[in-house]
Design a protein around this ligand. Sequence first.
Ligand code: TAP
Length: 495
Amino acid sequence: MSTIKEEKFEPMDMKRSHYSMIINGERTESTSGETFTVVNPATGEEIATVAKATNEDAEKAILAARQAFDHGKWRHFPVNKRSRMLNKIASIMRSRFNELVELEILDTGKSIAAAQGQVMQAIEDFEFYAGAIVSHRGSVNSLPGAFQNHTEHEPVGVCAQIIPWNYPLMMAAWKVAPAIATGCSVVVKPASLTPLTAIVLGEICIESGVPAGVVNIVPGSGSMVGNYLVDHEKVDKVAFTGSTPVGKSIMERASATLKRVTLELGGKSPSLIFEDADIDAAVDGSLFGIFYNSGQSCEARSRIYIQESIYDEFMEKFISKTKKLALGDPFSKGTHVGAIINQSQLEVIDGFVKSAKQSGAVIEAGGAPASVEGYENGYWYEPTVISNVTHDMDAVKEEIFGPVAVVMKFKDEKEAVALANDSIYGLGSAVWTKDHARATRVSKQIQAGIVMVNCPFSAFPGTPFGGYKQSGFGRELCVETLDLYCETKSIVSYY
Ligand code: TAP
């Protein structure tokens, strides 16, 4: 493996027809010469080719990351220097905000409002960790006599970071920023469907002066390159966001080398709407909770439980507003709901809806793939509301990952909590009530990593994000994430 390079890395147009891997600080083509094509889900058009990483490429990336970690300077920089570099990454991202937004929209088909918020959050993540790392200190502990003990946080090493397609840039930022803040090196594997902004993020890191080998990006197949990274003995940690079944397989494989693992997995998050809630706020919050990002959100509030005394009023307003949601041009400010990522996800969503219908559920709104004028070759699904459901239906139990809400009534607080907790998942949840005592009681009883009280979102930099139960473990987006990229060393001395 070559030594660490320092020459200037020239930025390129963000929107282009071909994207390379980033290995050891250089744009690199696949050793096989293979590429794959990325499609705009809103139009079905091919937008770019991407170098397709092989296991050989993954090996090169791991060795570059290893070299940078074991023999490079990054982890030994004074912490304020690493902090400055993270701020520089954020500043370049800010200066190219509109380009990043455009690329994210083309890659995912999401609405401009969603893309703008997510790109801004990715920038703020780097700024947040630039600040947080400076005060990420060890501790001093009292021991008897002349013994002394202090602890130090040491970066865990080379981290494989595997990214899903629903928030391609934001999820990459959630992982890369805390990892490199601590001094780790990373090998990022973006989702094959949406690799573009993660590749560009890798380029910006290098352009910012992050030494070669610290950030490597290997777009390639999850079942091949992903597994290769997870199995490799020179990789110390895997951070994964994606589906629960793949998360389970990663945990099993990673056990062979006892890697550190963090998993952000699927969800089936409940919203509890009590009779004393501000109903209009709960309606708007529930629309956002399920239809934001076309429902392709791990924390989508896809199960809505409404107290029976306000059920009719809530449903009338919720259904009427659902039917008015605009699908279409993702670049238009008037578009509420963007495209679905691809044909196969569209079929998965439709399969859940059809199966609920066959089991006696009532489709209150939507319920079918949508035809959108001017976007006939894209992938679209009508915002859908389903009632008359039971907890044994797949549409209520399983993560649909699309714009589909199931709704049920509840009698009282006890039943609401029982319904909310009747799931293998435990990622997000929402409680709508004006009664502070009730909000506190219910929040404590819900088995989920996140509770949103009278608000439809939670993911601000600094707020822990992650799940209970089969939604995974480990928290991202917060100070505690830094601990997950470190080992704690205890030094006991006697003078
Ligand atoms: P997955 O199919 O699980 O894919 C996620 C990533 O893992 C992709 O990069 C994928 O690569 C890779 N991968 C697939 N099989 C792999 C394997 N055997 N070994 C290693 N890597 C592998 O999920 P998805 O369809 O991209 O994303 C949707 C899921 O992610 C949903 O279930 C959603 O809830 C979850 N999600 C969770 C969160 C949080 S924070 N909990 C956030 C976003 C999404 P390829 O693209 O090449 O297949």
